[in-house]
Design a protein around this ligand. Sequence first.
Ligand code: SRM
Ligand code: SF4
Length: 563
Amino acid sequence: MSKQKLSDNERLKAQSNLLRGTISDDLQDQLSGGFQGDNFQLIRFHGMYQQDNRDIRQERLKQKLEPLHTVMLRIRLPGGIITPKQWLGIDEFASIHTEYGSIRITNRQAVQLHGVLKRNIKPVHQLLHSLGLDAKATAGDVNRNVLCTSNPVESELHQQAYEWAKRISEHLLPKTNAYAEIWLDGEKVQRDDENETILGNTYLPRKFKTTVVIPPQNDVDIHANDLNFIAIGENGELTGFNVLVGGGLAMTHGDTTTWPRTATDFGFVKTQDVLKVAEAVVSTQRDWGNRTNRRNAKTKYTLERVGTAAFKQEVEKRAAITFEASRPTEFTGRGDRIGWVAGIDNAYHLTLFIPSGRLLDNEMKKQKAGVAAIAAVHKGDFRLTPNQNLIIANVQEEDKATIHQLAVDYGLIDTSVTEQRKASMACVSFPTCPLAMAEAERVLPDVSLEIERLLDKHDIGDRSFIFRITGCPNGCGRAMLAEVGLVGRALGRYDMYLGGNSIGTRIPRLFSSNAPINQILATLDELIGKWASYPDTTIGFGDFCVETHIVLPVTHAPEDFYM
Ligand code: SRM
Ligand code: SF4
């Protein structure tokens, strides 16, 4: 492989002077709203993507205007925890200085601000800094925002697990001073003082994703991630983690050298070895990952190419540890428990269902204003969930009524939301995502309504299945871990995958290709009808599809994925 030509991103990283490029010069050029040349890619390492509004792109082209360039900025929040004060700062910026005026909770527990004009980019980074936040490494070929199971009631382990998510995130951050210099007017440092010992001077071959998860919840969807730490506790004390490596969901239509893959179990490690193991997995992928073909550059492909045993052995060597046998664990679900729950610490937590994580005020709803109103009085914290919802966490008994009333007043509590709707997810897609092939977030409400009608029609309105739509095969909506997953092909047309399971441990299989939504719904009508009349009424829809041979299970992707 070393003889093959490196991908252009490798040149770009090598020539970037540790991620500085000429971003500062580009910032001065207010004639163009965009970033030029390598800087277009380099700003990603600083948490930003250049975008334009695709709804008005053609119109601007007709008028011979440059696309209205803005950036989408992604804020790093390990474990998704944010204080009310930080939220209020972001909320004000989103209202005044972004094209869409929205806050988007992502399915990796981060916040995205869409439509930030060039002149507002430096101010927003400075604002984040003043709030104790940053956008470091939320994009680019680095370790991204580290996820942690969000439900604080689930176990006494949450605080300990969350601390690990934060530590792993900090430990694996780029060490370059570029972010401080460019955005925070930080002092320039001597290049010799910057040492990218973990990521290397050309960073990773591709994006890298890490989670910390507390069974029985698999809300973080471990199999979408390169590196996972499954918390193991004894009597409320965290003793260590089972480590899983090499998950990932993206593929490319028509390219069978790309596929989704579940992560491989490497074994158990004690807490004292966590950072060593994280570093060893990252550095093995750094050195062994494919730097010639970005389509095959993620850890999942490295594992398949070198073999899982060889990769694991190398990690053990680098971390100077031996994995013990994984401890038994069981996942039972992935969803959020919407509504109030009592925590173990005499505090209460209110999980709000936020459709596709989009907080936006308009004539119909004022949910963004509602969260801001809660933030103004809330003394606990907020937690963003990997299902794009929001938890008002650590509410004291005496404050419960106030918070509840605010949530009701602003339409943040809607008891009519069905279990099916709660089990559904979509990626952002149009109008901001430049890679979108089909709608996702914007069609989810209508498609969900139709699915609810089908469940009612077959008298099983009390049942639900994990349903996800993703606007292209990059798979951001994690459709490739759904019981029914739609993957965009073209406007209005989707591939339908069936046979994932409710706990997210099985990849679904292609059932129909390039179909319009009405055809997909007609197929679902028939299949849901069969599910409704199946004697075992406890079986999930994905398992039903496998058990009745509607699809063959994918037992070992990649081998049997394209069968
Ligand atoms: Fe993603 C690229 C949105 C989670 C796989 N993703 C993008 C971009 C930045 C488009 C781009 O490159 O220009 C999208 C921005 C759209 C917009 O306008 O906001 C985008 N991805 C999202 C989010 C916001 C979806 C959401 O609705 O929540 C999620 C942000 C997470 C975060 O906070 O960091 C998001 N993306 C995912 C996931 C799911 C996950 O990680 O749990 C995946 C599949 C898992 C995986 O990585 O295998 C995912 N996104 C991708 C890929 C394909 C990567 C690959 O392996 O080939 C791309 C394209 C790329 O990297 O080249 C991509
Ligand atoms: Fe965009 Fe595709 Fe990701 Fe959806 S899946 S946000 S369309 S890159």
